[in-house]
Design a protein around this ligand. Structure first.
Ligand code: F0G
Length: 458
């Protein structure tokens, strides 16, 4: 029997790639103030900046979009969408939003505020920003294993259960807005969280009367890892695993731009009627009427179909295998990356890759820019540029890890694109001594990595 796991689709519509020379890329990077977020997408050959909103939609999704009902209130597309979300989450109240962070903004505005705490395995950047913007504090309680990039473990996204309980007691349950577990753990290497960990975290929260939420962006990838790695789940379907996982939660926030194959969209799913009512009140003034929430009817259709398609095990097998494939190529060359490979991305360990660049010169950004210069590949720094803070005396408080994420859009690139990416990473690794660090010349107070301007350090 053939061993190769193939892309479980064929291609009906194609987009040309844009090639540039190294000399052009040097100019482009300078014009973008050495910040990959400021590069025009047309100047990128392989865009691994994000897996968010970048999926290729299926012919079924495009067909469903033509069925989109654009009625302001009570659109049939909403009811289709609502049924698809309920089938997975089992939650009672479903609120569409234009993307994940809109869900966060609404529910965190209502549950957050000064003196409140949000506990998590690791909060994603926009999630943390929405918490802090409300005046509350976000606390990451990742398990020790998750902090060791080079040491493999099956569920490095787990929350530290002892720390969770200790923190609840220390801060006082009444001051905890919620515990929110990110699946898979995007800022910590795209690592999965086990069912056992979710069940136990939920139990601790229940015991103390703390709400338990899931940041569900990549729920299907997480469920596939559970199926593969956790005892008792091998013969369960992804839908069954998802149903159990969400049954432990009081609510979830979701960006449909990830595990729903949509280019835009998100939702909040809740069980609490009063919180739902309050969320809908906010929704009406920020996103729109509760049956469209900032989306067109056709977007709701695309999400409904995408949620079904994402649970296809042929797809998930290919998805996770294609990530492992790139990991094997890098491993063979001794390139440092977060192990095992995550569900949606490979995370290079920039601190180990470029030990000669100190953290205050942003080794992650230096590596990301080197990949662009070498091969036109765009990636994103997940390190001290994204998460660094300043102490009272103005010194940089670095992030826990200095990572470079190469996120793979869903159903977009083929195996030869991935081969090319691995070759460029290997080329850059061979020349790593030539890479220099950067300093910031402009930064915004929140989410500074999006708009920061930098210059190379001599
Ligand atoms: N939570 C997680 C874990 C995410 O990865 C993201 C987005 C969000 C929430 C917010 O969702 O973008 O729809 O508002 N992550 C993207 C990324 C942007 O590149 O990882 P959104």
């Amino acid at each position: 029997m053939a061993k190769t796991i193939i892309e479980p689709f064929r291609i009906k519509s194609v987009e040309p790639l844009h090639f540039t020379t190294r000399q052009q890329r040097e100019q482009i990077l300078e014009t973008a103030f050495f910040n990959p977020f400021l590069i025009h997408a047309d100047d990128v050959l392989i865009d691994l900046l994000t897996d968010s909103g970048t999926s290729a939609m299926s012919s079924r999704q495009w067909a469903a979009m033509m069925e989109g009902d654009e009625s302001y209130a009570g659109s049939k597309s909403f009811y289709r969408f609502e049924a698809a979300v309920k089938k997975i989450t089992g939650m009672q109240y479903i609120i569409p939003t234009h993307q994940g962070r809109a869900s966060e903004k609404i529910v965190f505005t209502l549950t957050g505020g000064k003196g409140r705490y949000f506990l998590s395995n690791t909060l994603f950047d926009t999630t943390r920003a929405n918490i802090e913007f409300s005046g509350a504090t976000g606390i990451d309680l990742l398990t020790e294993a998750g902090k060791q990039p080079s040491v493999p473990a099956p569920f490095k996204g787990n929350i530290d259960l002892d720390l969770l309980e200790k923190t609840i007691v220390e801060k006082g349950a009444a001051h905890i807005a919620m515990c929110i577990i990110t699946i898979t753990n995007n800022s910590g290497g795209g690592q999965p969280v086990s069912m056992e960990n979710i069940r136990a975290a939920s139990r601790i929260c229940k015991k103390h009367g703390v709400a338990f939420f899931i940041d569900a962006c990549r729920f299907a990838e997480n469920c596939y890892f559970i199926k593969q790695r956790e005892e008792g789940y091998a013969s369960k379907s992804i839908q069954e695993i998802a149903n159990e996982l969400f049954s432990y939660a009081d609510g979830c926030t979701m960006s449909a731009k990830k595990d729903a194959f949509a280019n835009i969209g998100g939702f909040l799913a809740l069980n609490d009627e009063i919180l739902t009512q309050e969320c809908r009140n906010l929704l009406v003034i920020t996103e729109g009427f509760p049956t469209y929430g900032g989306l067109a009817g056709r977007d709701l259709e695309a999400i409904a179909v995408g949620l079904e398609e994402i649970m296809d095990e042929h797809y998930l097998k290919y998805r996770i295998r294609s990530m492992e494939y790139i990991g094997e190529k890098l491993e063979a060359e001794g390139i440092p990356f977060v192990k095992p490979v995550g569900g949606h991305a490979i995370y290079l360990d920039a601190r180990a890759f470029l030990p000669h660049i100190p953290v205050h010169q942003y080794p992650g950004l230096a590596l990301s820019n080197a990949l662009y210069l070498e091969g036109g590949i765009r990636s994103v720094e997940i390190g001290s540029l994204m998460f660094g803070k300043y102490s009272a005396d103005g010194a940089l408080v670095p992030a826990q890890m200095e990572l470079v994420r190469l996120a793979v859009p869903r159903r977009v690139y083929t195996q030869s694109h991935i081969d090319y990416v691995a070759e460029i990473i290997i080329d850059v690794f061979t020349k790593r001594q030539e890479i220099r660090g950067y300093e910031i010349v402009y930064e915004a107070p929140l989410l500074r990595h999006f708009t920061a301007k930098l210059r190379p350090v001599d």
